[in-house]
Design a protein around this ligand. Structure first.
Ligand code: OGA
Ligand code: MN
Length: 267
């Protein structure tokens, strides 16, 4: 297994030892203890690009070892054969903490009630969809790091599967206590613009009893084929067109980043 400098730094941070910042601007060499990483990460200018200089997405690591190094070939294979894949902790722990810090509706990021439908037909119906959302902002260093990771995935999957994925859009989502999202398809008005859906979960210490599962159904929308607990650091990727799905109500706040790879025909 490849052990990058980031992995050894994460281990350092996980054990609560001070570690030097070299994630972002090369000029910043601050020594920080574990709890200070998320805020430092957001504040430290220099850009997410450096954060990713060590993050090699390549095709040799077996899926069982998916860590900061992601096996695109295995993801591509499973998407072709099964149609969806759940990854356990594909992002660095420091990035995940930064994303969680951004996914707070306490004024740090502006969240608005999600709507359903598109254009003129957009409407807010809490009984169908009960989350508040905030689109990721390319100007924010943490958001940009996530978007860059997705960009690597986009390029890798295009190379492996010739999908012609053109762009990626994603938003933070917070479902309040008791809120869910009724069974739906991510392909709007039957258009094929959304090809792959991704959801990255940000719920620490999530227990099965907390609910909030994502349930995927067969294309007919009747038989359930997978139930995913929204535990911190896991990510599901699925073919948007083939899986109607629903978010079951949770008994506490449920946080995630939902996103879609699209092809060019997205009018
Ligand atoms: C969505 C969605 C699933 C989830 O936002 O369209 O289906 O698990 N989210 O949050
Ligand atoms: Mn959906």
């Amino acid at each position: 297994m490849l052990l990058s400098t980031h992995e050894s730094k994460s281990a350092h941070v996980a054990f609560g030892l001070p570690a030097r910042c070299s994630l972002f601007a090369s000029k910043c060499r601050k020594r920080l203890r574990a709890g200070f990483w998320p805020s430092h990460q957001t504040a430290c200018s220099g850009g997410a690009e450096r954060f990713f200089s060590d993050l090699k997405i390549h095709a040799i690591t077996p899926l069982a070892e998916v860590g900061p190094v992601v096996d695109i070939a295995a993801i591509a294979r499973q998407l072709t054969q099964v149609g969806y894949i759940v990854l356990d902790k594909p992002l660095l722990a420091t990035l995940s903490s930064g994303l969680l810090a951004r996914c707070q509706d306490d004024g740090c990021v502006r969240f608005l009630p999600a709507q359903i439908g598109r254009g003129q037909a957009k409407q807010q119906i809490d009984s169908i969809r009960g989350d508040v959302i905030s689109w990721l902002d390319d100007a924010n260093v943490t958001d940009r790091a996530y978007l860059l990771w997705m960009e690597q995935l986009r390029l890798g999957l295009n190379a492996a599967l010739y999908l012609g994925l053109f762009d990626y859009e994603c938003h933070y989502a917070i479902y309040g206590d008791g809120a869910g999202y009724a069974k739906h398809s991510d392909v709007l008005n039957g258009k094929r613009n959304r090809i792959l859906s991704t959801v990255y979960y940000l719920n620490e210490n999530w227990q099965v009893a907390d609910g909030g599962e994502l349930r995927l159904f067969e294309a007919d929308g009747v038989s359930a084929i997978a139930t995913v607990n929204p535990v911190f650091g896991s990510m599901i990727i699925f073919l948007s067109e083939y899986f109607p799905h629903e978010v079951l109500a949770a008994c506490k706040k449920r946080r995630s980043i939902a996103g879609w790879f699209r092809v060019r025909d997205s009018r």
